[in-house]
Design a protein around this ligand. Structure first.
Ligand SMILES: [Zn+2]
Length: 493
């Protein structure tokens, strides 16, 4: 079965996502253990509270509550004045207390939305709620036995639940990508799906087009990348459609995505909410959220990706495509702005376009070929700006700029220093000197000249190459072309 697309005219696909994000707080949700356990030995970031010892008392992490409210505000949610924590009871070996502290009927926020762009149109996806809970320990399975690492237990975990508003696996992926952008801009999440600090579960059902009632849904887990979200949901939609077409029932259940096989498999039949026996957490006071604090957090919100994208198009005159790529990765957009801030080129829009071209074409290419992320970029913003200034002053040609940039990338030196050290001469701007070289080339390459004049236009490229060689790359290719064409069209063989 092809799982890259799902095409159906008879059925409608209905998808809602539950996204969990670890929060970038220094300490855990209910104790003072450090959350910086990624490279630590197992069970070294633990205390009686996150190990679930009897008789201990949890204390609420205020920063985690602040991050959750900031996220909720960025997702246009209402923040009720009163909220509380509840116990979600279920037995599982990775759950140290035998229950998880979560939020049930009065979450920190509700009724928001997030806009995604799809096929040139803006689509609004409802956000049911954003709430706060704690992460579980981690189980490591070996041959015949399992070990538990409690370091992760009690890490603040924010859950963002969407309405079942998405109508295709592609929309689900776009939602996930947009949500991740927002979380990273807010600085509340690392956004790393591959490391499990950002996780996505999906509820998916299909129904005959026009039917109001929702179909039986399944919950899909284990999707560890944007691509797997789209592939898993495409597979599952297709599976459900085939069951309905052949008259078989769909069972409400949890299914796991198996990336290597490209299929979902049944994991367990779905527990119902009442199985969790939620009740208010007796060890924690209710949360009273003052409107003053909410307003203070609202003022602290950074510029979000949509606003930045619009600003890039409006103030800098960038194309939608360029503005998109620059804002998808916050670090890349930040770098672009830093280059812009220290570049001296005249005219804001010209400066912005030059900086965007350099960043999107050359810097991104160099980062990719060296397998570096934007945060590991060895090219300082002033080095990039310096290169742009050298180009604007016509101190180097475009071709030389590429070489200088590569050297600056490798050595960390400023472009102007490299130009000096390598003894790169300024481009030949003396028109008569250039004309003289062009004439010599025409005289010495009569075959290419003849070819060009008899209609073989690619012969021009060979002649341009000859002139560039004679000038050791110090002529500007467009002026060479212009002079060559003029002379070739007026001389006869
Ligand atoms: Zn602890």
């Amino acid at each position: 079965m092809a799982i890259d697309t799902v095409v159906t005219t008879e059925f409608e696909i209905v998808i809602g996502l539950e996204v969990h994000s670890q929060l970038l707080t220094r300490s855990k949700m209910f104790c003072s253990c450090s959350t910086d356990y990624a490279y630590a030995a197992p069970n070294t970031h633990v205390c009686p509270i996150c190990m679930g010892m009897p008789g201990v008392l949890p204390v609420i992490n205020q920063q985690a509550v602040a991050y959750t409210i900031m996220t909720a505000l960025a997702l246009n949610c209402e923040i009720p004045q009163y909220s509380k924590f509840d116990r979600k009871n279920y037995p599982y070996p990775d759950l140290m207390k035998g229950y998880q502290i979560s939020q049930y009927d009065i979450p920190l926020s509700k009724n928001g939305y997030l806009n995604i762009e799809h096929n040139g149109q803006t689509k609004r996806v409802g956000i049911t709620r954003v709430h706060l809970e704690e992460d579980t320990a981690r189980l490591l399975h070996f041959d015949g036995y399992s070990l538990v690492d409690i370091n992760r237990s009690g890490t603040p975990l924010m859950e963002i639940v969407s309405e079942p508003d998405m109508r295709s696996p592609e929309e689900a992926r776009l939602y996930m990508q947009k949500l991740r952008e927002i979380l990273v801009y807010l600085g509340v999440s690392s956004g790393r799906m591959e490391e499990g600090s950002l996780r996505c579960d999906a509820n998916i059902s299909v129904r005959p087009k026009g039917q109001k009632e929702l179909g039986v849904k399944t919950e899909i887990k284990n999707m560890n990348s944007f691509r797997s979200v789209e592939r898993a949901l495409t597979y599952e939609a297709q599976r459900q459609i085939e069951l309905l077409r052949s008259g078989h029932p769909i069972h409400q259940e949890t299914r796991g995505w198996v990336e290597t096989r490209g299929i979902t498999v049944s994991q367990r039949s779905k527990e119902y909410a009442h199985d969790y026996r939620y009740f208010p957490e007796p060890d924690l006071p209710p949360l009273l959220i003052s409107s003053d604090w909410v307003e203070e957090l609202r003022r602290q919100l950074p510029e979000l990706p949509d606003a930045r994208r619009i600003r890039y198009m409006r103030d800098y005159g960038l194309s939608a495509q360029d503005a998109n790529v620059l804002t998808e990765d916050k670090a890349l957009g930040d770098y672009f702005e830093q280059v812009l801030a220290v570049s001296h080129r005249k005219g804001l829009k010209d400066r912005a376009r030059a900086a965007a071209n350099l960043v999107l074409n050359d810097v991104v290419r160099l980062l990719k070929s060296n397998s570096l992320s934007v945060s590991e970029n060895p090219l300082s913003p002033s080095a990039s700006a310096n290169l742009l200034d050298l180009l604007e002053k016509e101190r180097i040609t475009g071709k030389q700029a590429k070489d200088v940039l590569e050297e600056a990338f490798a050595s960390g030196k400023m472009p102007e220093v490299i130009v000096k050290e390598k003894g790169i001469e300024p481009p030949i701007s003396d028109q008569s000197a250039l004309e003289q070289i062009v004439e010599e080339v025409i005289t010495n390459n009569s075959k290419a000249v003849h070819d060009y004049q008899s209609g073989k236009t690619n012969a021009l490229q060979a002649l341009i190459g000859q002139v560039m060689k004679q000038t050791r790359g110090q002529a500007k290719a467009d002026s060479v072309r212009k002079i060559l064409v003029e002379k070739l069209d007026t001389t006869t063989n």
